[in-house]
Design a protein around this ligand. Structure first.
Ligand code: UDX
Length: 443
């Protein structure tokens, strides 16, 4: 049993705290947001993450997991403090480090005994050294500390499984002993360990996310070529995926990647390269293709409706950036809805989890109770998030409710031929073999 303090109760902090507690540690979770902590104390989760509520409840009951707004309380017995605060994109694409800075300063001013400070937030290469400097400068009297970078690889929607069964644990520090002490915390997970210097650890995170984003943009570019040349991107990805050097993951063509990590991390890495005099050609292309995927969906709908969206009623299924989350940060669905609204369409939308979060970001949509409510009287239906409940819709009911049976499937959930047989005018992404041989702009 170790004493751990976790700063931040977001998508990274809360699963990290609950999982460390579940491994038998005593964990105090600190957040400066009083409302969030008050809710957590009453057993209400500030985010939706499958399995999280039960895990939190179990560990609170067992007396291993605590919540507070006070750094004093959090650091009182802590041997390790995990910084899990947000690092949003600043306007120029650089990561905004104001929350990391504030956390580091407060830790420095509050700590009363030696501490290992572990950074899990995704931060530009060099931030670990910068954090150490801030802490040294902000301490009223010098107390020993070490900074370790331990980038998170948790996916929203499967954060708990990702924590408990990681592919690897990466630890970077100038202080080998401190890195090994953190490694001990992760030892029960039995994952391969990479212990390295702090800058390399920080870079591993960016390079991993940028590579995954590249895989998605790659298959999306292939999907466009497939549409033109009469091939089916799903079969192409399947055929490629059996090659172990390629692998079958992250090869699903669609509306492009979104979320709190990929868009921000690719942009930040490109920005780091640029500010050091390099021209990040590949990363720029990855971002450009990703933007185009969102635009292409709108172009498809417009094309199928005869060239104009003015006064058309469009149904949207899915607002979250992916399934099993209420998160709409950088969600392709929001970009698509915004563009539909800007072009004069009315939008009726449904998402099983993300309607509240989406309506905070974007006004003007009509929110519906179910996919069948959405379908009522619409000119076209667009699928933007691959939620399970969209995979087996009652198609006859949907079709009967629609004014015109146009369906644009931005996540390739349905089989083009079956959809045509069911009476839909259907288009997926990259399904050229099924007669989708032309780009919507007539190219
Ligand atoms: C990601 C990383 O996977 C995780 O390791 C990191 O630490 C945080 O960022 P997350 O943002 O939760 O996790 O989502 P992920 O499941 O990776 O999906 C990212 C986006 O890519 C989603 O919008 C998803 O729909 C899209 N995607 C994913 C595709 O379009 N095609 C694919 O084949 C896979």
């Amino acid at each position: 049993m170790k004493n751990i303090c976790v700063i931040g109760t977001g998508y990274v902090g809360l699963p990290t705290a609950a999982c460390f507690a579940d491994l038998g540690n005593r964990v105090v979770t600190v957040d400066i947001d009083e409302a969030k902590i008050a809710k957590l104390k009453q057993g209400q989760m500030p985010i939706y993450e499958p399995g999280l509520e039960e895990l939190v409840e179990r560990n609170v009951k067992a007396g291993r997991l605590f919540f507070t707004t006070s750094y004093e309380e959090g650091l009182q017995d802590a041997e390790f403090v995990f910084i899990c605060v947000g690092t949003p994109s600043a306007v120029d694409g650089e990561a905004d480090l104001k929350y990391v800075r504030a956390a580091a300063q407060t830790i420095a001013q509050t700590m009363t005994k030696p501490l290992i400070i572990v950074n899990k937030s995704t931060v530009p290469v060099g931030t670990g050294d910068w954090t150490a400097e801030i802490i040294s400068k902000s301490q009223p009297t010098p107390i020993d500390f070490a900074v370790v970078s331990c980038p998170e690889f948790l996916r929203e929607g499967s954060a708990i499984a990702d924590f408990m069964q990681p592919d690897r644990t990466v630890l970077g520090s100038v202080n080998r002993q401190a890195a090994e002490a953190v490694a001990e915390l992760y030892a029960p997970l039995k994952a391969p360990l990479v212990i390295t210097d702090i800058r390399t650890a920080e870079m591993i995170k960016y390079a991993s996310n940028a590579f995954l984003a590249t895989k998605i943009s790659f298959i999306n570019e292939i999907s466009i070529i497939c549409e033109r040349l009469g091939a089916d991107v799903i079969e192409v990805a399947r055929g490629m995926g059996f090659d172990k050097r390629i692998g079958d993951k992250f090869l699903q063509a669609g509306v492009g990647y979104g979320g709190s990590c990929f868009p921000k991390d690719v942009k930040a890495l490109a920005n780091m390269a640029l500010t050091h005099g390099m021209h990040p050609q590949l990363l720029n292309a990855v971002m450009e293709i990703n933007d185009f995927q969102r635009k292409q969906i709108v172009l498809k709908v417009r094309d199928m409706l005869g060239g104009s969206l003015e006064d058309k009623v469009i149904g949207v299924l899915g607002l979250a950036f992916k399934e099993n989350t209420d998160d709409v940060r950088e969600s392709p669905a929001l970009t698509v809805v915004r563009s539909l609204l800007n072009q004069g369409a009315q939008v009726k939308a449904y998402d099983p989890m993300a309607m509240e979060t989406a309506s905070r970001e974007l006004k003007g949509m009509i929110l519906c109770e179910s996919p069948y409510d959405v379908a009522e009287g619409i000119d076209a239906l667009v699928i933007l998030t691959p939620w399970n409940e969209f995979k087996q819709l009652n198609l006859a009911r949907i079709r009967a409710a629609m004014r015109t049976p146009i369906l644009v499937d931005g996540r390739n959930l349905y089989d083009p031929e079956a959809m045509r047989a069911a009476g839909f005018v259907y288009r997926g992404v990259g399904r050229g073999f099924h007669g989708e041989g032309k780009l919507p702009n007539g190219g």
